[in-house]
Design a protein around this ligand. Structure first.
Ligand code: FAD
Length: 474
């Protein structure tokens, strides 16, 4: 039986309703197919069931058509088709967005997942990446040359959505956010134009694309500045949850005093064969390995931990350490917020709520935004949250049974922590779509973004995202 879950817009759709609607524009699909180099996937196709699925198994949408593009020209054709037939568009990069923005009931999914090229220019130390590339694939492609661009913390997330929102990750202290390392974007706008945005071309768009999410068009290529990175001293230490207060007190001091070429993040999660645990994951990403050993010694000695997995390791292997915690297809429900400083009361509340997690697949994650990511002026790119802070995510994961206890755990935990939260949250972790949360994230950049949206997407054609409403500048 098909389980009709409620989609973002509160509608329900099904394969049968999609099949019934198809004939209305079937001739046009055949015409599109003649020019399209990728694959058009219809509700009756064998690939449809797999192709409509996202990372979050809880999202259950039925697009009218999935246009799996191979080239930027395919993206232009798909955008033009959606405009001509007034189809709502969802853009799929790595499909990791928890809200399920990468699919849409009865609309057109512009699926970039097959666009996986990465070209590395060793002379200029740059990489040109297509939008279907996942973080793990991207870092493998550049690390074979001892080079890296900062990206997110685990392999399966798409570089597309994560970069467009800002792109926090292990190297943000050393090299800034992913967007701080983008040299240019190639994108298809709502009117079907293929443009380039860089420091010298469409400069306004270049500013907005660095943090403005999928609001301005579909990016078909990202050009990144690369940096040298050899093996890293990195991994994780694991303590029992029963020791969480001491460990978090230690973490508060450790994370706020580490140099920019280090990172430390926390996971309150269940570890197989250990049980509920507090994990500090991170490492040293500099070149002076003895200095790294010295800087990491307090982390490795504190407790001592039950398990110490910090080691000299290839960066892609370090990133892959996290992959088992968030497999594709599991059901997820998340809420997040920012915290500037942790009080004892905030830690005690976090720990009490972690003790009440309803599933071994749930977790509380603490990202530390610091270093180079916080040394860029808030108005220099669309991403405004440039002060040092923590991002706390309560993520429920479950494989079967009712969603209700897990969702309730997230909701009550989020509510209990609000007295300690600070305003504004990184757009890529905002739950659902609320204008208030988007405004709070962009702060004083919002009006400029709204004017840019009016210039490049006046009809709000790209609206399944953390949406910036088009507005004529006063
Ligand atoms: C397990 C997990 C780990 C995460 N870790 C990190 C992290 O370390 N750092 C971080 O910054 N974020 C992280 N995120 C959040 C992540 O940035 C967002 O979920 C982001 O939307 C994922 O991008 P995607 O391409 O995989 O997603 P998708 O679901 O494919 O895309 C989400 C939205 O992004 C936009 N989009 C995607 N590709 C394009 C494109 N080419 N052109 C225009 N718009 C596009 C569209 O609006 C699309 O609907 C994580 C999320 C999860 C679930």
């Amino acid at each position: 039986m098909i389980n009709h879950k409620i989609n973002q817009e509160g509608q329900k759709a099904s394969k049968s309703t999609m099949t019934a609607e198809l004939p209305a524009f079937a001739p046009a699909i055949a015409e599109l197919e003649a020019k399209f180099s990728g694959q058009l996937i219809r509700p009756d196709d064998a690939d449809y069931e797999q192709a409509r699925r996202l990372w979050n198994g809880r999202i259950d949408k039925y697009p009218a058509l999935i246009a799996r593009c191979r080239t930027a020209q395919d993206v232009v054709l798909a955008v033009d088709f959606a405009r001509d037939y007034t189809l709502t568009v969802a853009v799929r990069g790595g499909a990791h967005n928890t809200n399920g923005f990468a699919s849409v009931d009865s609309g057109l999914v512009i699926d970039l997942s097959a666009m996986k090229g990465v070209q590395v220019d060793l002379t200029n130390r740059t990489a040109l990446a297509e939008p279907g590339v996942k973080i793990g694939e991207f870092i493998q492609a550049t690390q074979q040359y001892g080079l890296i661009a900062p990206t997110g913390i685990c392999s399966d997330t798409g570089i597309s959505g994560s970069t467009l929102g800002g792109g926090i990750g292990w190297l943000m202290g050393k090299h800034g956010l992913a967007i701080d390392n983008v040299l240019s974007f190639e994108l298809v706008t709502a009117d079907g134009r293929l443009l380039k945005a860089s420091a010298t071309e469409n400069v306004d768009l270049f500013w907005g694309l660095r943090g403005g999410g999928g609001n301005f068009g579909i990016v078909t290529a990202f050009e990144f500045q690369l940096h040298a990175l050899g093996q890293v001293l990195a991994g994780m230490v694991i303590h029992p949850l029963a020791k969480a207060k001491e460990v978090l007190d230690f973490y508060r001091d450790f994370s706020s005093t580490i140099p920019d070429n280090m990172a430390a993040e926390v996971f309150l999660a269940t570890v197989p064969e250990i049980g509920p645990a507090v994990i500090i994951m991170g490492g040293y990403f500099g070149e002076d390995l003895p200095e790294g050993e010295r800087l990491l010694a307090p982390l490795r000695q504190f407790g001592p931990p039950l398990v110490d997995l910090i080691q000299l390791i290839a960066y892609p292997d370090f990133v892959a350490m996290l992959d088992p915690i968030a497999p594709v297809g599991r059901n997820y429900y998340e809420s997040a917020y920012s915290v500037k400083q942790f009080s004892d009361e905030a830690f005690n509340t976090l720990i009490t709520r972690a003790e009440q997690m309803t599933s071994p697949f749930s977790a509380t994650i603490m990202h530390h935004v610091h270093g180079a990511a916080t040394q860029v002026a808030p108005g220099a790119t669309a991403f405004a949250l440039r002060e040092p802070h923590y991002i706390i995510i309560h993520s429920a994961g479950w494989e079967e049974g009712s969603a209700e206890p897990h969702v309730e755990w997230v909701r009550t935990t989020y509510a209990a922590m609000q007295p300690f939260a600070s305003p504004g949250l990184y757009v890529n972790f905002i739950k659902g779509q609320t204008e208030e949360a988007v405004r709070a994230s962009y702060r004083t950049n919002y009006d400029r973004l709204a004017a840019l949206k009016h210039k490049y997407d006046p009809t709000n054609f790209f609206r399944l995202n953390q949406n910036i409403k088009p507005k004529v500048k006063n």
